[in-house]
Design a protein around this ligand. Structure first.
Ligand code: ADP
Ligand code: MG
Length: 666
């Protein structure tokens, strides 16, 4: 990732450099890469080349003051460019010969190789004939018109006019590209053009600004003539070199580079013009510097931004990755810390990941990746087998003799957010045992209550038996007495054993078998068992019963009734009446337990089925009664409805289905 970005950055930098270079090449006719990368010292090979080459001949116009011109007094060839070339000659330790001629001849001789140097504007047309050195200075091409001429203000205005221009001058090439409707009047040199303007033979003359300015000064026409405000162009001046001399070009460029270091152009122009001048390397250097500075700054800004952005991005990615890794690790730790087995499977039920508990439990069978869950849990409930439902599902299964509750929940898993399911498996064996234990405890407590009432009933027949054995001992074998006594004893034994049977019925763990139950008899039994308890609390019990038999689990139903009756008794500490009604309603059977006790608030009603919820004092309530009622009813597929009002009483309605066979769920 980092490597790729570095490569990208390097590519951008390279591209940027090439773009800047290309721009400079187009605009300033200079190869900046060569400029900076090149070796600027003359090598031995360069010196040998110059030696073998012989004197370098510079040929140029003879009348373009102040650039190059032949002084009419001294017949000397001089000018800014000549001075510059002299400096170049010293720099290159090579003789340069100067040949003044007309501009047109200068261009032609350079092409044929008779001369070797001539300063000029680089143009596409000229590039076909010459090589160009790096730029020496910048100058502008301008238009000179009479002060009275107000119509010519830019190059476009020259259309249809007579324009004086030096033969071969770049100004001509430039105007050709602008308009094909100009009447050119060619001359050998600038001065000839100017004279034509002064004589009114042309409407304007065009050419290099320094030359035109210089001539205006010479001819003292600054008042009567004006250079139009908008220059035609502003371009670098370079040295043209014959096409077949690329080595010379390279060497000349080295010289130009050295002269730039010592600011030679600006020194020369100071000599000619004083401080402020229209031409010069100074200006160019300044513009070039400005351009490079702006370009460089821009480049660095972009590069800097890219680098910072990249670093920032890198840092953020790094941080996020770390956070993600950490949270993933944390998640795994949490998952491993759970006492549940957690496993994630994909749509085909292949195991994607699992926690430590799961691995420990299934061990070797999970060695291979992507084991199917059905292979390790063959008893997986059909609802979780195959296409998993999109919502939470719960099921109970038996694994190696222990009960497990499975909660399955759909999730999106992995980097591609694939549909998956997380299964959480909880060993609920102990909970189930504990629940059964609690139920048993509660039953024991209920029996404790019952026992108090029941003891009385057993003591009665026992007393009778003792009395009649005593009578038998005293009977002296009298048959009638013996028979009567045996009959009574028999009766009493039967009564006592019935009471004991009844009691034992409650002591047994819930017998889950269903059979035909006579509801009327069952209710009467329960009420009878609780008779003593109600009597103690001054409670009477009204029974409105019908002969109804249904297929159900008698044990469960008895528990339900006992608990409801106990709650009704508890609700009437001052005594009162409880009504138990048995009714048929379509395919349903309803048992109503109605008391006129203290009733319940709405808040209490909402909570009564929660295990251990009680409003009673410690030792009096366990909070398990209604919970048991509810659980037993679920088993019987029954329903419960509680209506209660504080200080008025409570009615509990239990509905059971009559239909045979499906009234009990295992
Ligand atoms: P416990 O009887 O041990 O408190 P239960 O689960 O049987 O536990 O009852 C929970 C609570 O519901 C009771 O504490 C009581 O507040 C309320 N309750 C149940 N049945 C009645 C009723 N018939 N009348 C008034 N309150 C009742
Ligand atoms: Mg209770």
């Amino acid at each position: 990732m980092k490597k790729r970005i570095t490569i990208l950055m390097a590519m951008m930098l390279l591209l940027g450099t090439f773009m800047v270079n290309h721009y400079i090449k187009i605009t300033y006719h200079m190869n900046i890469i060569e400029y900076f990368a090149g070796n600027h010292q003359l090598t031995q090979a360069d010196r040998e080349y110059l030696e073998n080459h012989g004197p370098i001949i510079y040929g140029s116009g003879n009348n373009s003051p102040p650039l190059y011109f032949v002084d009419s007094e001294t017949e000397q060839y001089k000018g800014i460019v000549i001075d510059y070339l002299q400096a170049l000659s010293i720099e290159l330790e090579t003789e340069i010969l100067y040949q003044p001629m007309t501009w047109a001849q200068a261009l032609q001789k350079l092409e044929t190789g008779e001369t070797h140097l001539c300063d000029m504007y680089p143009s596409e047309e000229r590039a076909k004939k010459y090589l160009f050195s790096d730029p020496i200075y910048f100058q502008r091409g301008v238009i000179l018109v009479s002060g009275e001429n107000k119509d010519i203000n830019r190059a476009k205005d020259l259309a249809g006019r007579r324009v004086g221009v030096q033969k071969g001058d770049y100004a001509h090439e430039f105007l050709e590209s602008q308009s094909d409707d100009i009447h050119y009047v060619f001359s050998e040199h600038y001065e000839e053009s100017l004279r034509r303007l002064l004589e009114g033979q042309v409407d304007a003359i065009v050419g290099d600004e320094p030359v035109i300015s210089y001539l205006m000064e010479e001819y003292r026409i600054k008042e009567a003539y004006r250079i139009v405000d908008e220059p035609m162009y502003e371009l670098p001046s370079v040295l043209g070199i014959p096409k077949d001399k690329p080595e010379l070009k390279r060497i000349i460029n080295k010289g130009i580079f050295s002269l730039n270091q010592t600011d030679t152009v600006s020194k020369i122009q100071q000599k000619w013009f004083g401080i402020s001048t229209p031409i010069g390397r100074d200006d160019q250097v300044h513009r070039m510097g400005l351009f490079l500075l702006t370009g460089g700054a821009l480049g660095f800004m972009i590069l800097g931004t890219v680098v910072i952005w990249n670093l920032e991005l890198n840092r953020a990615v790094h941080q996020r990755t770390k956070a993600l890794q950490l949270s993933e690790k944390n998640l795994q730790t949490i998952m491993d810390g759970l006492r549940y087995m957690v496993v994630v499977v994909n749509k085909q039920l292949h195991i994607v990941t699992a926690n430590q508990q799961f691995h420990q439990y299934f061990g070797n069978r999970l060695k291979d990746q992507g084991v199917n869950l059905k292979e390790v849990i063959p008893d997986l409930p059909s609802s979780m087998n195959g296409e998993l439902a999109p919502d939470l599902q719960t099921a109970e299964i038996l694994l190696k003799g222990r009960d497990y509750q499975i909660n399955a929940c759909p999730i999106k898993y992995g980097p591609h957010m694939e549909e998956a399911t997380v299964l959480i498996m909880e060993d609920i064996t102990d909970r189930k045992i504990h629940e059964a234990q609690l139920l048993q405890d509660h039953k024991m407590a209920a029996i404790g209550q019952l026992a108090a009432g029941v003891a009385h009933e057993i003591r009665n027949p026992l007393g009778l038996i003792r009395n009649y054995t005593f009578i038998m001992q005293r009977s002296k074998g009298e048959k009638a007495i013996l028979e009567e006594a045996l009959h009574r004893i028999n009766d009493s034994v039967e009564k006592a054993s019935k009471v004991i049977d009844n009691l034992l019925n409650f002591y047994r763990l819930t017998d889950e078998a269903t059979h035909s139950v006579n509801l009327k008899e069952m209710i009467e039994d329960v009420v009878e068992l609780n008779g003593k308890l109600m009597e103690n609390h001054h409670i009477s019990c009204q029974l409105i019963l019908k002969e109804i038999e249904i297929e159900t689990c008698e044990e469960s139903l008895k528990h339900i009734l006992i608990n409801l009756l106990n709650n009704a008794i508890d609700a009437m500490p001052e005594g009162g009446k409880i009504t138990i009604a048995l009714k048929e309603k379509k395919d349903k059977v309803q048992i109503r337990v109605i008391d006129k006790g203290y009733g319940m608030s709405e808040e209490t009603q909402e909570k009564i089925f929660n295990p251990f919820f009680t409003t009673k004092r410690r030792g009096q309530g366990t909070g398990l009664g209604c919970y048991i009622v509810y659980n037993e009813l679920v088993k019987l597929k029954g329903e419960i409805e509680v209506t209660s009002k504080e200080k008025v009483g409570t009615t509990v309605v239990i509905s059971l289905t009559k239909a045979e066979g499906d009234s009990y769920e295992k």
